[in-house]
Design a protein around this ligand. Sequence first.
Ligand SMILES: O=C(/C=C/c1ccccc1NC(=O)c1ccccc1Oc1ccccc1)NO
Ligand SMILES: [Zn+2]
Length: 380
Amino acid sequence: MASSRVLYVHSDDYVRTCDSMARLPHRASMVHLLIKAYGLLKFMRVIAPRMASHDDLAAFHSDAYLSHFELVSREGEDADLPESQQYGLGYDCPVMEGVFEYAAAVAGATLTAAEGLRNGVCDVALNWAGGWHHAKKDEASGFCYVNDVVLGILKLREQFQRVLYIDFDLHHGDGVEDAFSFTPKVVTLSFHKFSPGFFPGTGDIAEVGLGRGRFYSINVPLSDGIADEKYVDICHSVLQAVNTTFLPEAVVCQFGADTLAGDPMCSFNLTPKGLGQCLQIVLGWQKPTLLLGGGGYHLANTARCWTYLTALVLDQVLASEIPEHQFFPEYGPDYVLEVTPGCRSDTNNPAHLDQVLAEIRAVVRAEIWNLAMVRAIARH
Ligand SMILES: O=C(/C=C/c1ccccc1NC(=O)c1ccccc1Oc1ccccc1)NO
Ligand SMILES: [Zn+2]
């Protein structure tokens, strides 16, 4: 990728705001400082994010939710208002003081990235602190308060007719799928763990979208232990089929790193190399691409992964040795960039994966039929 055509959304204030989210202490700083320590900033256009306005957020979220969320954020922890529960606030989505400003900052950063792509200022835009894919129109969920992914896609839709969303996070991208389940203008494609009782519980292969959006939601349910080779194979098959039938004009990827070996979610057994191969497929399409983060609870591995993916976008090869920088001690005991796969067994038996692929292909074929019909009608 011609380097100046890569936009990196960053400011020290933004990193400080993201770091303040207690449950991911310093993750935003670790990611940024590792990218900086590897000398990658000079290859990118660094742009400070804007804050999302109330109107920006209202493009997707309901006014009722936003005003309640803003109210409890001002009052902080002790805001146990009765209606908080209906808005998903509390429990999974604790109301820390200033959480509204945090959500508005992240949404503003994703919008800043999407605007760069919409205006043709860049070909690839990065916001590793974004990717909060569970938030619903009027409900926080899974530690996601504002769905910056939906806002970014809506921004791209101002310019591009068809947008493909690809969710590589361990968890099903339910908030994004819900937002676009009725429209054929956005294909949502999610690869995730699907298992009884595993959050959010949706994302079965049978979920294909509704009404005019039928066949435009694609779900690839996977089981524990999957490693790079099989994961990349599945991704390659589905991505190629979707790209050739849907012909997206822009792509949004959520690269939640909770799929990596060593993550406390302890589910998949991927490494940044495997995710990198998936990213290479998408970059090969040479379409305006927005890259976002998401989950990722082994903080050093998450920083390793998103730094590695940033280098891939820039065609830069990184040394294995973690460079000296403030968080160097976090990368022990090996102090290398690579993540070693675990020795957990892969519970995805080949027959199941073939079945999943066959069903996906049927859905995509159905989509081809749909597209052919749409084109035929458009011609008359
Ligand atoms: O990663 C996710 C969703 C995570 C999630 C789902 C339901 C309820 C809470 C969730 N998130 C968290 O608990 C959460 C968010 C940020 C930091 C640590 C978090 O806890 C843990 C606890 C143990 C392991 C991993 C994460 N979506 O992509
Ligand atoms: Zn996740």
